[in-house]
Design a protein around this ligand. Structure first.
Ligand SMILES: Nc1ncnc2c1ncn2[C@@H]1O[C@H](COP(=O)(O)OP(=O)(O)OP(=O)(O)O)[C@@H](O)[C@H]1O
Ligand SMILES: [Mg+2]
Length: 358
């Protein structure tokens, strides 16, 4: 009989509340709270060693829970002293190292988790998921005859076959080269969006997180720093760490005066911060727009320029009274390559500028 949570959160899907974990004296997870609805993809994004895999292992039931609670649709999967065994949680895991059984064929690998089905249903489900990942023609091959990308497709098919209600993916694409990684992310995204699983993908690649996530949770030192849609995290980062996750940012230091910071780029709004405090102004390269127009907020010297394909990167210097000036990077869409050594107007997109206390 399932243990129900009385009067607590019974929202549909996976709920993790107050999850803490230590290994020996070392505190690994600190009060993790997450919710993933059926059909939703949550990305856990954070640096190496911050506890992402540990969180997945606890959800899967591979690690005994020490504090907090994990539940599905209001039914407890784990809390202190109560652990539903992994095989009863309807969880599938996909790791970066494929982990296929070498002595089983592709079809047998995929059928492995389908022992409860009769043979006709099992064959039909194996056929269906192998088709989904474009690998049906390899059904009778053995894993060692397949490339890394093909093996990961099979691992994906095997993990999907039992229709898990919770699908946990731990850096599933990181062993693949860029082209294969992109193909598999795309395939995986479409398969997950068609499913009713609550999915959690662990990654330390912010681009991958943005590509895959409906919802993103940034983890640092075992703590969730911010949870939200990719758009919320990108445009309303909670702190400098989150703002800096999504790529290089220009950093200018300054002091708040009457709700503004005066910088060589012009006045930056800092309405929520008290007068006199020292701040870091973080300016995404795409916040620096260049033009020949007269109404710009600053004038920069063009140090050098590079075409990056879909965008151009400009290295600019803005006079700030110091030798060489303030070095800034501007990223502009398309081919914009002003002459090196020339002067150019700079204006600001306030949406991509963030001010945090130092
Ligand atoms: N079984 C264990 N016993 C002791 N310490 C462990 C154990 N498993 C993990 N750790 C430690 O817990 C911390 C978090 O590990 P975890 O594997 O969860 O990090 P991660 O965020 O997945 O990192 P990565 O991005 O490198 O995979 C690390 O310091 C790790 O050394
Ligand atoms: Mg890990």
């Amino acid at each position: 009989m399932d243990k129900q949570i009385e009067g607590a959160n019974t929202e549909a899907g996976l709920t993790v509340s107050g999850l803490c974990h230590r290994f020996g004296a070392k505190q690994i997870l600190r009060n993790i709270n997450l919710h993933v609805a059926p059909g939703q993809i949550l990305c856990l994004l954070g640096p190496s060693g911050c506890g992402k895999t540990t969180a997945l292992r606890l959800i899967a039931g591979l690690e005994e829970l020490q504090a907090g609670r994990i539940s599905w649709n209001g039914n407890v999967l784990a809390d202190v002293g109560h652990n539903v065994p992994p095989e009863k949680r309807a969880v599938s895991l996909l790791f970066q190292d494929f982990a296929l059984f070498p002595h089983l064929t592709v079809a047998e690998n995929v059928a492995f988790g389908l022992k409860k089905l009769d043979s006709r249903e099992r064959d039909s489900r194996v056929h269906e998921v192998l088709d989904q990942v474009g690998m049906f023609q390899f059904a009778n091959s053995y894993p060692h005859l397949l490339s890394g990308g093909e093996q990961q497709r099979i691992a994906l098919a095997r993990a999907r076959a039992p229709r898990p209600r919770i699908f946990l993916l731990d850096e599933p694409f990181s062993n693949l080269d860029t082209r294969l990684r992109n193909q598999l992310r795309e395939l995986c995204l479409h398969i997950l969006k068609k499913s009713r699983s609550a999915s959690i993908i662990v990654t330390h690649d912010p681009e991958e997180a943005m590509l895959m996530a409906d919802k993103l949770a940034v983890v640092r030192d075992g703590e969730v720093i911010q949870v939200g849609s990719p758009e919320e995290l990108y445009f309303r980062p909670f702190n400098a760490f989150v703002a800096g996750l999504f790529g290089e940012v220009n950093k200018i230091t300054g002091r708040v005066m009457d709700g503004h910071v005066l910088t060589p780029l012009g006045r930056i709004c800092a309405r929520e911060l008290s007068n006199g405090i020292e701040v870091d102004v973080l300016v995404r390269p795409e916040a620096l727009k260049v033009s020949e127009a007269a109404d710009t907020t600053a004038v920069a010297n063009v140090i050098t320029t590079r075409l990056l394909g879909g965008s151009s990167l400009l290295h600019l210097s803005i006079p700030n009274g110091e030798d060489g000036g303030l070095h800034l990077h501007s990223r502009v869409p398309g081919r914009v390559l002003p002459t090196e050594g020339s002067s150019i107007g700079v204006s600001l997109d306030q949406q991509n500028i963030f001010v945090f206390p130092k």
